[in-house]
Design a protein around this ligand. Sequence first.
Ligand code: NAD
Length: 297
Amino acid sequence: MNYEQITVAGSGVLGSQIAFQTAFNGFQVAVYDINDEALDNAKNRMMNLKLRYKEDLGATDGEVNEAYNRISFYTDLEKAVTEADLVIEAIPEVVPIKNNFYKDLSKVAPQKTIFATNSSTLLPSQFAEVTGRPGKFLALHFANEIWMNNTAEIMKHPGTETQVFNDVIKFAKAIGMVALPLQKEQPGYILNSLLVPFLEAAQQLLINDIADPETIDKTWMIATGSPKGPFAILDIVGINTAYNIANAKGQSGNDHFIKLANILKTEYIDKGKTGSEAGEGFYKYPNPNYLKPDFLS
Ligand code: NAD
């Protein structure tokens, strides 16, 4: 089945991007959020997205304005989904909020409508029953700055119908994504299953005083030909996120992670060094050492 009408529920950081990217690729999009204030924020985000699409993709004024005009905004869930072939959920990463949302959605969405969650850390099987249509539910996970970082990880839960999985893969391609199918549920999908252990291994080298961040990054960059090492990546992810992960693992009793969380907090976060957005993390920005011509020599 080809989807034509798409509803995006939750119009925050990711929801605004998903809605705009979908409309930019010619689909009619309904955006749903809980109140007018949230929708006003989404409209402001989209004004900024128009600029980014022009800057980063060379889009014309006509193209970004047409994309915006294909989007309609709702605070009434029933009205937002009356025509929907697909609802993409991008509401907060909080289990009771998502549970209540799917309970409400299942009551008002047409029988044909497919539901997809953009959740980064929760598995679709957790919500499959409450959607009232487990066969028509799966995960469709985007990366931040979707128009540039155009991965779409599409993940089944055990009850997802094969046809639905295939149709969502087709849809992801139709909105300019590189579709990355996951045949089974995997916490962290493909990207974070690789990235999180990689970044943790680098941080352990640092806190065990094996080598400094630049030496570790240099090793990785020269030996693998990668443009960035783990500490450059951590600066982009943000040290707060790295701290939250280490802290959660530390709380389950792992001493290495307790030590890591303490160092990230006292040496970086408390000193305002939270990553590239803040101007400093493991490197100083806008001209971090790892981009300097002699870094690898
Ligand atoms: P956000 O906080 O920026 O936006 C959440 C939006 O949901 C807000 O506009 C809020 O008003 C709205 N909302 C709250 N309750 C709602 C409800 N009951 N119904 C409808 N809307 C509701 O969050 P975000 O960063 O866009 O994340 C949303 C989802 O996307 C999460 O599941 C997150 O894991 C996932 N995600 C985030 C990123 C990222 O980099 N931020 C990347 C990939 C996936």
